[in-house]
Design a protein around this ligand. Sequence first.
Ligand code: C2O
Ligand code: CU
Ligand code: CU
Length: 495
Amino acid sequence: MSLQHRVVRLRLMRTFPTIIVPAILLGAFAFSRRSIHPRERAAALADTLVMPPVLKNISSVPATVEVNLVAGPARLALLPGHVTSAYAYNGSVPGPTLDVHEGDHVIIHFRNNLPEPTTIHWHGLHIPAAMDGSPLRPVGPGKQYDYIFTIPRGTAGTYWYHPHPDVRTGYQMAMGLFGAIIVRDANDALPASLPEKLLILSDNRFKPDGAPDIADPNGSQGEIDQENGREGNVLLVNGQLSPVINIRSGETQRWRVINVSAARIYRLAIPGQTMLHVGDDGGLFEHPREVNDILLANSERVELLIRGTQPPNTRTTLQTLPYDRYDPHTRPDDWDVTHDLLSLRYLGAPPQPFVELPRVMRTVVALDTTHVTRRQVIVLSQGLINGRTMLMGRVDIRSRLGATEIWQIENVVTMDHPFHLHGFQFQILDRDGVPEPYRSWKDVVNVRKHQIVRIVVRFDDFPGKWMFHCHILDHEDHGMMGILEVQPPSARRKS
Ligand code: C2O
Ligand code: CU
Ligand code: CU
């Protein structure tokens, strides 16, 4: 089946349940003047935002998700309307979504059909080190690797997967390799009736023929990219330009938003209305927070409840507002421009009452800091962590299995660096001494210019080597990364 057919079929499948009711209600009003075939009517009201396909489970064993995933060259339109040579997972960009439940046993038969080594990193998942897809375990061209892990209880949330080969992560992602992971909780506190949307935010820069424009590292653009991180002028949602999401007045939608961009930080807002921020990287937190806008750094995720607070037959826009993450010397001229990402179209149906939301969505128990075994200082400077670049054969930090540690991350330069730790979710204690206003599970934190952020992390399981790095891909690829080794008790040095 061609990609286009699959997309159309998915679009119909997806929109059927959510669209059919408003379509019937609307029938009497909007379409009373001439008769339109019901299917045409549904299509006219459908979201144009297409959800990525979902990875097909080939196992019939309960609580087991077994899938095939191939990374390979593909001919498709990374820039809508311009077919080009790209890289894709199972032939689609974004790649298919891995949709699983807490406790599921997951088996991913991965095949690398790319002409170069790659890995798949399951960003944010708490799984054994051998399954983490870090640069320490490349999968060569033509080779296969089975990623096998169990999704821990209590980790329902939005995650994502991407390649993580040594030095080439930015290139492979610019070529189209990224996909979403949704971990569901069978007892999710949010009403199952809320329509759910997945928004994968990416940006890219293209040549006139639609091929990704990746600058010569020795040219002036290459130098700017290495400094700022590669930013593209084309902003896409699920690979689409300015798609439309329909909403009813009074409806509440649940959006899972992932920033897969190499360097761009989004400041999301919908003019004229607030949003309810209900979840972070590691899922829901206790109480919704009403926000006017929300910052989403590279590789971060948020869950938002979007309420249809506008009248029927109106329109509004999801935008990204200016945010100054840059060094003043390399700040792009258009940094202060607001970009539209998608439009929100209010259907003509009469307003419905808002659904009631639970008072407590999930308890996030604070990590116990009374038995912290170590305080670790991590200094981020331009391209360096603690003064050095990554060496594959070097361990930078050794921690003990079972230990709880406070990491103090200090950004000593004039641009933001989003700091990411593999394998373990942490809690943010404070930023520049100001206690974090709410508790959530995170695996990346944007450390602003000259900011000090303190996080607490517990190495409760999974000994082995884990990466920590800046998630601006150009910085990571140039070595702004280090290795943490979590050592089992048997490896403890005798004193
Ligand atoms: Cu998105 Cu090393 O990670
Ligand atoms: Cu990661
Ligand atoms: Cu950085």
